[in-house]
Design a protein around this ligand. Sequence first.
Ligand SMILES: C[S@@+](CC[C@H](N)C(=O)[O-])C[C@H]1O[C@@H](n2cnc3c(N)ncnc32)[C@H](O)[C@@H]1O
Length: 330
Amino acid sequence: MSMLDFDVLVTEQEQACTTRQFAEDIRAGLDRTGQKELPSKYFYDAVGSALFETISVMPEYGLTRADERVLRRHAGDLAELVAAPVIVCELGSGSGKKTRWILEALSRRERVFYYPIEISASALASCERELAQVDGVSVLGIESEYLDGLSEVAAKRKKGTHLLVLFLGSTIGNFDSGADRRFLQSVRQTLIPGDSLLLGADLVKPLDQLLAAYDDPAGVTAAFNLNLLARINRELDADFNLRQFEHVARFNGSTSSIEMHLRSKKQQTVTIARAEFMVQFREGETIWTESSHKYSADELKTVAAASGFDCKEQWIDQDWQFSESLFIAC
Ligand SMILES: C[S@@+](CC[C@H](N)C(=O)[O-])C[C@H]1O[C@@H](n2cnc3c(N)ncnc32)[C@H](O)[C@@H]1O
């Protein structure tokens, strides 16, 4: 067997393994008694990643612009607060557009090695294209889950280097209550004292502003949500009729979260052939696809402290109420 044949075989095996895991997760989420749910990480195939980029420029979704304003204004402060020499890794970089400000500021003082970690191959490719153009920065993309990628980077670090982990865009809010803390604890276990975490998080704000951000009138967020069913059709040979489901965004006051659901417009049965599974929906029944928790500034410090981090600095965008917190591993 040639090396080329071997590489093709390994890629096919990886793909089969990914599809099997996808099928298992979808089946587990839809087979639940009570609230059906689907893991939000499956939003991000090539179509989902492109739709997320579009959401981030929608007038109602001020979150990404606020995050970018904070990063642009305070990248220089951040570069002064983070110990040198530093290697940067980003969890779920997406297109990485906002990260440019940080890399530019750090590269003014030293050459920077930047590791974006992504499950979406298309998002990772656009991140690599976007940021490879920044002078003094080497981009080394890793297509994997957050913690696997972080461990890979940590294992490669040279003695004496500091690690700066970026987790931007309020992706932390997508973890369930308690899971955010457990996730940050896992991140902390991979770091050593003195390493840093820059954590972006959306803050509580008026309800009408929040609901509009997750249910824009042009229907882009609805398309993003429905694409999850389209992806299951494409990759798992399912027969979801997308016109028989609708996007719902609602606020759950008890968890301070916006929840996105897909509501079945009628009683129906869907077959997911590659998961060897049939699922029934009642009229009005929903699939819970994502939560976006809205934090208070103090809550973030508490969660970080419980995970082994000290808060060094917190920058807040006053127009949209979005925070970037710099935490140091203690
Ligand atoms: C909400 S988007 C945020 C993107 C970017 N950080 C930003 O601030 O605009 C979340 C990103 O994380 C990626 N992602 C989601 N779950 C992941 C996981 N378990 N491991 C690695 N990447 C993941 C998605 O592909 C997506 O690009």
